[in-house]
Design a protein around this ligand. Sequence first.
Ligand code: 13P
Length: 254
Amino acid sequence: MDKSLRKPVIAGNWKMNNTPEQTAALISEMKPLVAGADCEVVLCVPYIDIYAALSAAEGSNIKIGAENCHWAEKGAFTGEVSAQMLKAAGVPYVIIGHSERRQYFGETDETVRDRVRAALNAGLKVILCVGEILGERELGITAEVVRKQTKVALSGVTENELSNIIIAYEPVWAIGTGLTATPEQANEVCKIIRDLIAELYSKESADRFVIQYGGSMNDSNAADLLKQYDVDGGLIGGASLKADKFAAIVKAAC
Ligand code: 13P
């Protein structure tokens, strides 16, 4: 199967950055720089910035996403936001299982699975994050860790629903550290994920499945990473906060 048959997805993850006003300004700056890109362009923003982002991105090729959602439809979960609420607000994408949620907010493979279920039920597109910590890589158990995270998160997901899921392979040791996986390391793990999709579903679905790399991707290393056969895009933190850097990554993908 030809890699070019998978449309790359370049997604920014703003994390806890930008006020609504800053959101409007940054998206207005990005819009002309990414216009006409032959790949999917997504910006995942804090909940408080969603309306400003949707309004600033209107009429452009930039899609907006949230950075998390709860697994329940509604109820007594102070401080949480449901997938239905995001859908109703007009948000098409949501990140689930980011390593910062796993590391600082008690996210487990099982809660990731439940959030994925809720997001799919609400009709959202999911960017599911998986990745090993440094100690796991050093122990040589990266494949096991990533396969388990993926397997649990996808349990209960049907083959038809796979078209609404992207997986972002984000080695935790490469996030925000300036340390990037080499293109070969990134491709090796993205291939492990693709092989698992083939094992769990089918080769046809695996060939069409979009797998991103994330972890210190920037305007200088993006092209080499995105050239790899099994790397179909990027999930970008720091570099998605600067219009010119993010646009350069989008250009490298398209
Ligand atoms: P950085 O690009 O800042 O390393 O962040 C990666 C990331 O966590 C994207 O979700």
